[in-house]
Design a protein around this ligand. Sequence first.
Ligand SMILES: Nc1ncnc2c1ncn2[C@@H]1O[C@H](COP(=O)(O)OP(=O)(O)OP(=O)(O)O)[C@@H](O)[C@H]1O
Ligand SMILES: [Mg+2]
Length: 363
Amino acid sequence: MIKIEHLKKEYPDTTPLKDVSVTIHDGDVIAVIGPSGTGKSTLLRCINLLEKPTSGKIRVGEDEITDRRCDINRIRQRMGMVFQSFNLFGHMTVIENIMFSPVELKGMSRQAAYDRGMELLRMVGLADKALSYPDELSGGQKQRVAIARTLAMDPEIILLDEPTSALDPTMVDEVQAVIRDLSTSGKTMMIVTHEMNFARAISNRVFFMDEGGIYEEGTPEQIFDHPQKERTRRFIQKLKVLEFDIDRTGFDFLRWGAEIDRYCQQNNMTTKEKYRICLALEELVHQILLPHLDCTQIHVILEHSSQTERTDLTVTYNGEQFDPRQSDNELSLTMLQTTAEEIRYSYDPDSEEPNSVVLFIKE
Ligand SMILES: Nc1ncnc2c1ncn2[C@@H]1O[C@H](COP(=O)(O)OP(=O)(O)OP(=O)(O)O)[C@@H](O)[C@H]1O
Ligand SMILES: [Mg+2]
């Protein structure tokens, strides 16, 4: 079991981990996902003490590894790390690479290390490459050797940081298959990956990292199908968001028209969709809301998911309760209805902008 308490890691100009507390149980297979630069690698590197945490505690079993008196080398033997780049010794054959640490660090006999090494090579499908040199292998084969080498130390936990992201696409499958097998072997694993289907298939827990820590965690079903928090949802659905406020006194259509134009272009949306969004804003805000309301704040959020290709337009505003679908401006209402599959309205008196209209823009 690994227990992390109030882990903080600070660099001179950024603090990727602000305050991380989490417990990893024996046998957990944890997929670590999240946008670039949110501290995924830093978290793994802190756990294995490749980085020295700024503050906080990490306990592995009975040992507090962040304690100065702890023997780092002994702790590292209990944790195997697999990197994007394979770091094999170029002057040693594959089997020698695998035997090296068990013999040198653990004092295993050469025969025992050889037998175990061959067993691991068979497991990753490379027994016939035992006497090859790393240069003679493909990227996928090198990474499988690197995994076998890590396993040779019989670590309690295996940390993998984007193990397939440096590989040619044709070699991703063979390495993922090895990791998938490993994930069912009962070993504790933590794997950083940008491949969501893979993350989902192998893990029992998912950590979504953002805002200086584990922003949301849950089972793969929870995180991938029912994310609770805004940023997780956006990341999972690959939502791109455009947000702006409309000032009652001078709604600058030209400026927002240009922003929406750029947004639609970036997201490969059709001209029709762009036209519908602009029309919806014109009719809803300009023709229906502004003339009838004494609201002072109008906020617009445009969300497009590249995964589902859905576009939602949300408009929130303050002032009295007003459902635009009840507007007596029939012409504008009809126009508005042509832009959307559905228009929803809700009122939440506790919110700063209690009125909320959501339009599901037609594709
Ligand atoms: N040795 C370092 N010195 C200074 N800053 C660092 C160092 N290592 C990482 N950082 C910074 O810490 C932040 C988190 O980096 P980290 O590599 O953990 O992100 P990540 O989530 O793994 O991103 P990616 O998905 O791109 O691999 C980044 O802003 C990065 O620039
Ligand atoms: Mg990283």
